[in-house]
Design a protein around this ligand. Structure first.
Ligand code: NOJ
Length: 742
């Protein structure tokens, strides 16, 4: 009976969704019928707002007149109720009064800045990640924004690439779950709700695989690799109802993504049945001239619209040439109509045709500007994102009763660097964002002395401040150093050939360490950095990424033990840049090294181990988790059977703590070679002090599927290794056979 009621409820939901879809389709068609070709092309045109002294609105003249003439469908970088309203009013003076869409890079928070996405990925906490995107949407929508250019779902295995900060790291499975959580967060209850904004999965596709980790560089890879590693997060966001996708700047196997018919028409809009629209990246249509793919902007427009890019961000290729291309018969009106319909549909779904000022509510804007709850949520995920890399002799957590502590390093009194690359400069940031100095001060007892010295700058080569730093350390019982990257060192166009901790910071660490004081090093950065000397010689190391508005409080909570760290790395940390790309799910090769020191005609470097400094999934806690024996429901399974996996995990400490338990598999023989490990599931579990819990997972043959050489997604029977552990390198394993029969 229950089942029947449930399926009736599902049916009626489906019917109402379909009815709504049909209603909107009819409305879209009715608008389309009224439009001239020029007005249609206008909908495909997106401009940037000019940032003027008075604020982010576009200058009078050119763009403003085009809005009135119906030649602009969307603006980016125009924010605030007042500014968006001014431009929306211009759109309401156009013949058909089609509202504008306002888009913005709301990447890790808007007013309240959250940890950078790579840091959030280290939390492995999907609910917290969804909440972070939800809050960003609430704040951005209150400012008149309808659309964020996020999440970036590019899998990234090369920390030289500056944009690793913007994604979920190297793993497709983890990245896929995070991508879906972000889309859910941004789009909330659905596009009709004014606290929802359209999400945009970007950059389609394979942008993270740029050769040499150099931003905007080419990508050349097998279609199998593309489908298996780089496309799944996009596909999952499409299934989750993402409203838009953005092209990537790169070419894929020689065809720029903005005109790549295979990925756009065949895969995205064909096989995946994507109903939203695709926006180009900034100028990426026009850039195809420099790629050497088209001779001029006209050809660029032709190729892109035919391939399936619906909106042109700032190339002016569509507005400049599509009308002529249609008149000359080179582009069919049907191709334009398809793109226009996709865009109008979203404007209807957002409710902008009913009320173009739905997102222009001054009272709401003011209310959301300083929202305490949002700050608390930001603190919560910031703490969960911190990764404890090393903690010898239980040096951490620190005692709050310290009499004198040295705080040394260029990040100690910085607040901007906590905020990260994709954050906005609000006038009162310096008042709102505590520094580590402030946060540590608030933890210590009155009368405790903080001996502060900057020591050096982040990137400069001067050692002039070293003496003062040594003095500060000498006078103190213990030393906390805070070093890392400047806010603009990881991000778009911020690739680095050398990912060493910048400047003379590690040299400063070495000098201070010579004093022999107990010492903790905190590293704040947008990417995995190299700091081998520190790894080998400093007893306690904490990776703090860029954690947002409440970053310093989160760090202080962790180092003073008010929060037990639980973050796990979403990317492998290399020993040097020569090892990259480096990722845990590599192939075994025909000559795998038998140990880290094996150099004997095997796939290895003669001057360096293969393994990373810190592996994917790694992170310590103040608790100590012990993994017991792996228990499998069967060692010989048939196709229709489910494998149950159990493992007891014990918190062998007197502190409550949280552990991320990770399940990996290896398919030992395949028609194409399979990775040495693939993450298939994880659980983030809290344990009381001393508690043992039995953690269970279930695997089915669907979890074993991969793309074979014919691009067929299927599993193959045979022997598999099942592995469970607290990181990708230390696992308990057992072998099983999974056969075809029933
Ligand atoms: C270029 C970046 O690649 C993209 O991610 C961003 O959304 C656009 N600029 C708009 O700012």
């Amino acid at each position: 009976m229950k089942k029947l009621l449930l399926s009736l409820a599902t049916c009626s939901l489906l019917v109402s969704v379909l009815a709504q879809t049909n209603r909107i389709d009819r409305k879209v068609d009715s608008v389309l019928r009224l439009m001239t070709l020029e007005e249609k092309i206008g909908q495909l045109n997106q401009y940037n707002g000019d940032w003027e002294a008075t604020g982010p609105i576009t200058k009078a003249g050119d763009k403003q007149e085009q809005i009135i003439a119906g030649k602009v469908g969307s603006m980016l970088n125009v924010t605030g109720v007042e500014h968006t309203r001014v431009l929306q009013e211009l759109a309401m003076r156009s013949r058909l009064r089609i509202p504008l869409l306002f888009g913005q890079d709301v990447i890790h928070g808007y007013r309240t800045i959250f940890p950078i996405p790579l840091a959030e990925a280290a939390s492995w906490d999907l609910e917290a990640i969804e909440r972070s995107a939800r809050i960003a949407a609430i704040e951005a929508s209150a400012q008149g924004i309808h659309w964020t250019f996020a999440p970036m779902v590019d899998v990234a295995r090369d920390p030289r690439w500056g944009r690793v900060m913007e994604g979920a790291g190297e793993d497709t499975y983890l990245g896929t779950l995070i991508a879906v959580a972000q889309v859910k967060g941004f789009q909330g209850k659905g596009l009709g709700d004014t606290s929802s904004i359209m999400a945009c999965a970007k950059h389609f596709a394979a942008y993270g695989a740029a050769v040499g980790g150099r931003d905007y560089n080419s990508v050349d890879m097998s279609l199998r690799q593309l489908h298996e590693t780089y496309l799944p997060p996009f596909k999952a966001t499409v299934d989750a109802g993402v409203a838009t996708l953005m092209n990537s700047f790169n070419d894929i196997n020689g065809i720029p993504a903005s005109a790549n018919k295979y990925i756009l028409r065949d895969v995205l809009k064909g096989q995946w049945n994507f109903k939203g629209f695709v926006v180009s990246d900034w100028g990426s249509i026009g850039e195809m001239i420099k790629h050497g793919y088209v001779a001029n902007n006209k050809e660029a427009a032709e190729r892109s619209i035919i391939a399936g890019t619906d909106m042109d961000m700032e190339s002016r290729s569509y507005i400049g040439h599509l009308a002529n291309l249609v008149k000359q018969g080179r582009v069919k009106v049907a191709a334009i109509d398809d793109a226009v319909k996709r865009i109008l549909r979203k404007k209807f779904e957002l409710g902008l045709f009913d009320d173009p000022y739905r997102y222009s509510n001054k009272a709401r804007e003011e209310r959301e500007w300083n929202n305490e709850e949002h700050l608390n949520a930001s603190l919560d995920i910031a703490r969960k994102s911190i990764v404890l890399l090393k903690n010898e002799h239980g040096l951490l957590p620190l005692k709050k009763e310290l009499g004198a502590i040295a705080l040394i390093g260029p990040l100690v009194k910085s607040y901007k660097d906590h905020l990260g690359f994709w954050s906005y400069d609000w006038k009162d940031d310096s008042l709102r964002v505590p520094t580590l100095y402030d946060a540590v001060r608030s933890k210590l007892k009155a009368g405790a002395v903080i001996n502060y010295a900057q020591g050096c700058s982040i990137t400069g080569m001067s050692r002039e401040g070293f003496a003062e730093a040594m003095e500060a350390a000498r006078k103190s019982e213990m030393v906390v150093m805070y070093v890392g990257e400047r806010r603009d060192q990881s991000g778009e166009a911020k690739s680095r050939s050398d990912i060493q901790l910048p400047g003379v910071q590690e040299e400063l660490i070495k000098q201070i360490a010579e004093l022999g004081k107990p010492m903790v090093v905190l590293i704040g950065a947008g990417r995995p950095l190299v700091f081998n000397w520190t790894s080998q010689h400093i007893p306690a190391i904490v990776y703090t990424w860029w954690l947002g508005t409440k970053g310093a409080n989160a760090i202080a909570d962790v180092i003073f033990g008010d929060f037990n760290p639980c973050g796990k790395l979403p990317m492998s940390f290399p020993r040097n840049a020569g090892q990259v790309p480096i990722y845990y799910n590599h192939y075994n090769t025909g000559r795998p090294a038998s140990s880290d020191s094996d150099r004997n005609y095997v796939s290895a470097y003669i001057d360096l181990n293969n393994d990373p400094q810190y592996p994917f999934g790694y992170g310590l806690s103040y608790s100590k988790f012990e993994y017991g024996e792996l228990k499998l429901s069967s060692r010989n399974l048939k196709a229709n059977e489910t494998l149950s996996i159990e493992i007891p995990v014990t918190n062998k400490s007197d502190r409550n703590g949280t552990e991320v338990i990770q399940l990996y598999i290896r398919d030992l023989v395949g028609s194409v070679v399979r990775p040495v490990k693939e993450l298939k599931a994880f659980k983030r579990i809290s344990f009381n002090a001393g508690e043992t819990k039995t953690i269970s997972f279930r695997l089915r043959t669907d979890d074993l599927k991969f793309y074979n050489n014919e691009l067929k997604y299927d599993w193959e029977p045979g022997e598999f290794q099942v592995m469970v552990g607290g990181n990708s390198a230390e696992v308990r394993k057992e072998n099983i056979i999974w056969g075809r029969g029933k």
